[in-house]
Write a protein that binds this ligand. Structure first.
Ligand SMILES: C[S@@+](CC[C@H](N)C(=O)[O-])C[C@H]1O[C@@H](n2cnc3c(N)ncnc32)[C@H](O)[C@@H]1O
Length: 278
């Protein structure tokens, strides 16, 4: 737990140093924009346009902005104060400021400031749950999300995947194969920082759905957010230049994003479900 606590401080420090970069991240290259467009495609498919949504791990607010624009009211939560300050301005400039109902400095593991059955939807996107470096705390976060969600509320949680890193050891960070973390990676999925990115836990698909108690949570679907686009920025950029082929690829990507064989190898995995009504 001490190791996790130290990692959590470092993670917050990491994000407080790159607020603007995080804001721009989802448009920064074709893979990241694919993350954004695929996530929004499934939000548009499964999340009603009305009702109060918790954006847990909002960062500087890319999704908070989008949700306010589509009609939801939103409370944003993140442990990084600088990101929250940015988020307020971002919603004023790009979103519908009247629909931002709160900005809270906090963590998913402790949503005690919210009553049971408060939200019509909960989103936690781009990996906040991956930045919780202790399995018991991840379980607590999932239980907290379910507690604050109203019956039938839709829940969207996306995390970094464990298997896409195996691809990464070939394509992007071969030198990490000499590191101690890579030797335990397949079994643990834990990376405590020191080789570029900040600490995170890489999930297997089943591990993500198992976090949510089946007595209270009904799974709707699971999505490989970037699919085969995960580590192919340059190739995607080339494809994007040809409008009709790009359109064809996007269609194929969305048609295959829920395939079990694609979900696990995708860079981000999204679980979509609903709190049971009982
Ligand atoms: C990769 S960013 C994603 C931000 C945003 N949701 C997006 O997709 O652009 C991960 C975010 O998770 C936040 N975070 C880290 N640990 C968290 C925790 N325990 N609870 C809530 N948010 C957390 C970080 O501060 C950071 O803003």
């Amino acid at each position: 737990m001490i190791k996790a606590k130290k990692a959590h401080d470092e993670i917050a420090e990491y994000y407080s140093r790159r607020v603007l970069k995080e804001w721009k991240r989802l448009q920064s290259d074709p893979t990241n924009s694919l993350e954004f467009s695929t996530t929004m495609y499934f939000i548009d498919k499964f999340l009603p346009k009305r009702g109060l949504v918790l954006d847990g791990g909002s960062g500087p607010g890319k999704y908070t902005v989008e949700l306010t624009k589509r009609g939801n009211t939103v409370i944003a939560l993140d442990p990084v104060e600088k990101s929250l300050r940015f988020l307020r301005k971002a919603v004023e400039m790009h979103g519908a400021a009247g629909r931002l109902k709160g900005v809270v400095n906090g963590r998913l593991e402790d949503l005690s400031r919210f009553k049971d059955n408060t939200f019509d939807g909960v989103i936690s996107l781009g990996g906040p749950m991956s930045h919780i470096m202790d399995e018991r705390l991840r379980k607590r976060a999932a239980a907290e999300i379910l507690r604050v969600a109203k019956p039938r509320a839709r829940i969207f949680v996306s995390v970094m995947s464990r298997m896409s890193m195996i691809d990464g050891f070939v394509t992007d960070f071969q030198k990490d194969l000499d590191s101690p973390y890579s030797k335990a990676w397949v079994k643990t999925g834990d990376y405590f920082g020191g080789y570029g990115f900040t600490a995170f836990h890489g999930f297997l698909p089943g591990e993500l759905s198992d976090l949510f108690d089946a007595k209270t949570f009904k799974k709707i679907t699971m999505v490989g957010i970037e699919g085969f686009g995960s580590r192919s920025e340059k190739k995607l950029a080339r494809l994007q230049k040809n409008k009709s082929r790009w359109k064809g690829w996007l269609k194929m990507h969305l048609e295959t994003a829920e395939e079990p064989s694609i979900i696990g190898v995708s860079e981000h995995i999204m679980l979509i479900g609903e709190k049971k009504a009982h």
